[in-house]
Design a binder for this molecule. Structure first.
Ligand SMILES: [Zn+2]
Length: 315
């Protein structure tokens, strides 16, 4: 009986610490880009001065269908302006987003750091933008907004300080190499003198030793095969120890490339098939569990309490 007990405990310990996987969507304008001289983003081609959401709308509907088909709860980083435009265009976003987490991806995809715009934003204007975006999303979806992903995944100290002051529970903009030193655990943004927790995006290496990001754009641009992303998960899952591996995608990227050029019908079909393959495989990998980022954060916080009690000698 004794060995059986040990076996059960070992099994439980393994099941207890899967590699958690999050599927996140950055829901923003088609083929968007920062523009010199203005804070907000426009869609390519920039000379048209337009913001378009046609591809985003089609891609988002298809992505929702696939998430439902594979019973996946995702994290949706909404740019508030895009969410408003999608609703005006007839999408019932609150209903479609019901089972997913709704998080914030800025108001109009602001270039907070001014890297392209040439206009770095100060704390006050960053705060105005984030407060407004969060209010719009709160009203639209009738729930608390806990997470934030910065446009272009670019943050600095003023951005982080604003998020912390506004009570966000986590940021998810940094990219960290997944490996021996970091296996996907949340960490405080001490580099920005902040206690705000970061759920970082992983980068990793393919079998040839080339660096990959967990953004799926390279699949849609025909530069990578869906299997490379599944391989990456298989390679890292045993070192995960309860860490989180976040995938990200832009719904518009199923239908237009980064320069706003529409994909051929054949390419769009293949993009959709690739996305389906990724979701279907990820939902079946043994020793992993797909989770929303807010639920992962809650789980992780609960785990921190017993650990701190254990380390307290008085108890
Ligand atoms: Zn974005």
């Amino acid at each position: 009986m004794f060995p059986a007990v040990i076996l059960t405990i070992t099994k439980m310990a393994k099941i207890d610490k899967p590699l958690y996987i999050a599927i996140s969507l950055d829901i923003d304008p088609d083929a968007n880009s920062a523009v010199e001289g203005r804070h907000d983003a426009l869609s390519h081609p920039l000379k048209d001065g337009r913001v378009s959401i046609e591809a985003c709308k089609m891609g988002l509907q298809k992505t929702f269908d696939l998430l439902n088909k594979y019973n996946i709860e995702a994290t949706l980083f909404y740019e508030a302006r895009t969410a408003q435009m999608l609703i005006e265009d007839g999408l019932d976003l609150p209903k479609l987003s019901e089972r997913h987490e709704v998080s914030c991806h800025s108001l109009k995809h602001e270039d907070f750091l001014g890297k392209v715009s040439g206009l770095p934003m100060g704390k006050k204007s960053i705060e105005e933008v984030v407060v407004k975006a969060r209010e719009i999303l709160k009203k639209m979806f009738k729930r608390e907004i806990k997470g934030f992903r910065a446009p272009y995944t670019r943050i600095n100290q003023p951005v982080v300080k604003v998020l912390e002051r506004l009570g966000f529970k986590y940021d998810s903009s940094e990219t960290v190499s997944f490996g021996a030193e970091w296996v996907g655990n949340p960490f405080p943004l001490e580099a920005y003198d902040s206690g705000l927790m970061e759920l970082a995006l992983p980068c990793f290496y393919d079998t040839k030793g080339e660096k990959m990001s967990s953004y799926l754009w390279a699949v849609f641009e025909g530069r990578r095969d869906f299997g490379e992303y599944i391989d990456a998960v298989l390679r890292v899952k045993d070192m995960a120890n309860g860490g989180l591996f976040i995938f990200s995608t832009h719904p518009w990227h199923l239908y237009v490339d980064c320069t706003g050029r529409p994909f051929s019908e054949k390419q769009a079909r293949s993009n959709l098939q690739n996305l389906e393959q990724i979701l279907s495989h990820l939902s079946q990998v043994h020793g992993t569990q797909i989770i929303r980022q807010d639920k992962y954060m809650e789980k992780w916080l609960v785990k921190q309490i017993p650990q701190s009690l254990q380390s307290d000698p008085v108890r």
